[in-house]
Design a protein around this ligand. Structure first.
Ligand code: P5A
Ligand code: ZN
Length: 484
């Protein structure tokens, strides 16, 4: 018997269990508070406070985004406030956003000469500057991004990390190209980078081309990434937009081509918000709390000393291990608090720590530690090979998390043939529905199914089937789901 087993058999430590995960909404809200991610008690609707622990996750997650973009994008920062005249230039864009904009209209007691919009997104802040920055073909392509807060006066039900009025972690990239084709290629690059990002979070996702009525205001087309949440509803966790020359015309962004001709640029933009963290926590978490992939866990290894027998000896071995793992660049926490081992186990499980080490006198005698992985796997590991063993287990945990999520995902997407089938499938999942591609049939589908159209799956080919509305043969399919 291991040392920890003798101790945790004592029924002295109660586990703070979360509501069942099939009661997703309640589970989610409890998780955010209990695991100290987000405090939703700030007295402005749709605006939340990051707990330091939640913010540490955010930092790790966003450093992956930076790592993926930095090789060929430059990070920058633009002002929060946008003058009304610039904001109001692009008609399609205004139409999409005007109901969601917060306005600053006064400086102290005096009315402002020009009202200022709190950016809901930054096209209209950035593109007037692009006009000044871009002169010739040598300035292209231009790729920048910023990670900032944006404000949207959302009227739908707000939810922490999911639908906010202050989006605190808006990563927006903006790129400028000489041709429409190059911009189209950039949209593909963006989706590739986002795919890699979500893969590193062990999250499977769907990629689809949004229908024309749901594209970004001002875009030629929008490609989106959606994650299926535990209740079967989808969450849009990233979008990439081909902007064509719409904004280039409005903001007069031109370049001198090699032959001396002045030409309009083509643009793209793509964005991700803290919704990526909502998806991360929701998909992997369980009734014991967070389950975090190794790369983003603020604490990667928790060492719990089992203080029996020679306590000083146990502690000194624990400290040595802590140092050794720290030197291997692991984020380690040695828990020397007064709680009983069982209570410590629950605490670190709630915090999603990927690996827990239990170290007691009998383990030490045998030259081993007990290694417990957050997904339940447990084994004795020789101390001399601990670093390698932990790295191995971290990789295996990643595979287990991805595999589990992938299986869930595959179980929630189903091809259907009719409106009735689509209606029943979208009650707790995603339906893949044959569609002729006509806007009219699309609207009818949404009305009759009672769910949203996510759009055409990308990178897949389908055989002919009859449009669920008009019966016309087509190879087009659309995902349909209830969306967050
Ligand atoms: C792309 C970046 C844009 O705003 N302009 C710059 C483009 N696209 S978007 O689709 O409108 O937003 C990008 C992503 O942000 C998330 N998001 C939100 N997250 C939390 N709360 C909100 N209210 C909110 N609104 C949008 C979505 O993931 C969206 O894909
Ligand atoms: Zn049709």
């Amino acid at each position: 018997m291991t040392d920890s087993k003798t101790k945790s058999n004592a029924k002295d430590s109660k586990q703070a269990k979360l509501p069942a995960k099939n009661n997703f909404s309640e589970w989610y809200h409890e998780l955010l508070i209990t695991a100290e991610i987000i405090d939703n008690r700030y007295p402005v609707k749709g605006m939340c406070v990051w707990f330091p622990f939640g913010f540490a996750i955010r930092k790790n997650v966003y450093s992956i985004i930076r790592e993926l973009l930095d090789p060929d994008h430059q990070e920058t920062q633009f002002p929060l406030l946008i003058p009304e005249n610039e904001f109001m230039k692009e008609a399609q864009h205004i139409k999409g956003f005007e109901d969601e904009v917060y306005w600053v209209t006064r400086g102290g007691t005096a009315p402002l000469e020009v009202n200022l919009a709190l950016r809901p997104t930054s096209e209209t802040a950035i593109y007037p500057m692009f006009k000044l920055w871009i002169r010739s073909h040598a300035d292209l392509p231009l790729r920048i991004y910023q990670i900032v807060n944006t404000f949207r006066y959302e009227t739908k039900h707000t939810r922490p990390l999911i639908r906010l009025r202050e989006i605190t972690s808006f990563k927006e990239a903006h790129t400028v190209h000489a041709t429409w084709e190059e911009a189209a290629e950039q949209v593909e690059v963006a989706i590739k980078r986002y795919s890699e990002f979500y893969h590193r979070l062990a999250l499977p996702f769907l990629v689809s081309r949004r229908p024309s009525w749901d594209k970004f205001p001002g875009a030629d087309y929008t490609t989106a990434i959606d994650v299926i949440m535990p209740d079967g509803r989808t969450l849009q966790v990233g979008t990439a937009h081909h902007l064509g020359s719409t904004f280039a015309k409005t903001y007069e962004i031109t370049y001198e081509a090699e032959n001396g001709e002045q030409k309009l640029v083509s643009q793209t933009c793509y964005g991700i918000s803290e919704r990526c963290i909502a998806a991360l926590l929701s998909v992997h978490g369980d009734e014991k709390g967070l389950v975090l992939p190794w790369e983003v866990a603020p604490v990667q290894v928790a060492i719990v000393p089992i203080l029996l027998g020679d306590k000083e000896k146990v502690l000194s071995v624990c400290r040595e291990l802590q140092e050794k793992l720290g030197a291997a660049r692991m984020r380690v926490k040695l828990d020397t608090s007064d709680e009983r081992p069982g209570a410590k186990f629950y605490k670190w499980e709630m915090k999603g720590v990927p690996i827990r080490l239990e170290v007691g006198p009998r383990d030490i005698e045998k030259g081993v530690v007990t290694l417990a992985r957050r997904d339940g796997a447990k084994k004795a590991v020789p101390m001399v090979a601990l670093v390698e063993a932990i790295n191995q287990e971290a990789q295996e945990l990643q595979l287990v998390l991805y595999g589990r999520a992938k299986k869930f995902n595959e179980g929630r997407v189903k091809e259907v043939g009719s409106i009735e089938e689509a209606r029943s499938q979208t009650e707790a999942g995603v339906a893949l529905v044959p569609w002729c591609g006509e806007v009219d049939c699309g609207h009818q589908l949404e009305d009759q199914v009672g769910a949203n159209m996510l759009g055409e799956p990308q990178y897949q080919i389908f055989s002919e089937a009859a449009c669920a509305v008009c019966g016309k043969k087509s190879t087009v399919r659309t995902y349909m789901a209830r969306q967050y």
